[in-house]
Write a protein that binds this ligand. Structure first.
Ligand code: PEP
Ligand code: MN
Length: 340
């Protein structure tokens, strides 16, 4: 359930509510919106004496939440969430553009992409250091060396770093190098990893599992939020369907559905959905038209020779064209584009 606090309630009225929750061993998650203070309550509500919250002078109303996710639900923050990572705002009016290679292969490779991306409005550099590959014999990523390369190049161009973490054992080390942890589709329901990432407090981009329903995906977000980490973006990256023409089927309807169900910012990854470079731009435009708050796109200086996901990576030139089109689309949907 959530407790909507009366507008203008003072600190002691709020503390009175928090005290009742604490006495009943219920966990309070406080969301301070622009107009309202909302308290998300997690735990066994049957402990509460009926009416014990309703009588408090600071309580405006108590709303039960039927979904299995509570903190991720729109009701917890009706006005939507936006948050900053350094100087970049996620979930604001300005779109956030993230780009970079599928995997970090060398410093020269990352440099060749990043140097061209800054002029296109990119604020976040992506690159896999720990690669979750289908085959154990495929390139597994440069791991620690990869993270160091990303950080060095990102610092040179004033970019943030996003990179995937596949094991809770790597979080502490990686936190020295990255700004945003990516949870990949294959780990979207690795609940111990989600809880660990929640405890770390590092901002997270949570990809949708390959066969995860939207409600299950929000359950994954709840694992992170229930540990007190509210800096999460949801990333639609396509789901497995009977269709084989694309690598995955981009569920474009997930964007408006999520807008209704959650307050969290929404990112779309057209690259992994498409699986083919030619489809990336149209899917990117569709995502912005549908209301996505940003994009994450794979870009490689020489896609044909990429060590992973060669077919779907864009050249920097193709990315520049995508960025131009996205900027036009941003105007139509009344969003601003970085640098414009
Ligand atoms: C990635 O973005 O590098 C990746 C592996 O994507 P996904 O988890 O969506 O397959
Ligand atoms: Mn990839």
């Amino acid at each position: 359930m959530i407790i909507v606090v009366k507008p203008g309630a003072n600190d002691s009225q709020v503390h009175e509510i928090l005290d009742v929750l604490e006495r009943n061993e219920l966990k309070a998650h406080v969301s301070e919106g622009s107009e309202r203070l909302i308290i998300g309550v997690i735990g066994d509500k049957s402990r509460l004496t009926p009416g014990s919250l309703e009588v408090l002078s600071g309580v405006e109303k108590i709303v039960p939440i039927m979904e299995s996710y509570k903190l991720a639900s729109r009701q917890f923050r009706p006005e939507g969430t936006s948050f900053n990572v350094k100087d970049v705002t996620f979930g604001g009016n300005e779109l956030v553009m993230m780009a970079g290679p599928c995997a970090v292969e060398s410093e020269e490779q990352v440099e060749a992409v990043a140097s061209k991306m800054v002029a296109c409005g990119v604020k976040v550099l992506r690159g896999g250091a720990y690669k979750p590959r289908t085959s154990p014999y495929a390139f597994q990523g440069l791991e620690k060396t990869g993270l160091k390369i990303l950080r060095r190049v990102a610092d040179k161009y004033g970019l943030l770093v996003i990179s995937e973490i596949t094991s809770e054992n790597d979080i502490e080390y990686a936190s020295n190098y990255l700004d945003i942890i990516q949870i990949g589709a294959r780990n979207a329901q690795n609940f111990r990893l989600l809880s660990a990432v929640g405890k770390s407090g590092i901002p997270v981009m949570l990809k949708r599992g390959i066969a995860e329903t939207i409600d299950e995906w929000l359950g994954s977000a709840e694992y992170i939020m229930s540990e007190g980490n509210y800096h999460i973006m949801m990333c639609e990256r396509g789901i497995r369907t009977f269709e084989t023409a694309t690598r995955s089927t981009l569920d474009i309807s997930a964007v408006p559905v999520l807008k209704g169900k959650t307050h969290l910012p929404i990112i779309v990854d057209p690259s992994h959905a498409a699986g083919k470079a030619a489809y990336v731009q149209p899917l990117a435009l569709a995502a912005i038209a549908a209301g996505a708050d940003g994009l994450i796109v794979e870009v490689h200086p020489d896609p044909k020779h990429a060590l992973s996901d060669a077919a779907q990576q864009l050249t920097p030139e193709a990315y520049a064209e995508l960025a131009m089109r996205v900027k036009e689309m941003a105007t139509i949907v009344k969003r601003s584009y970085p640098g414009a």
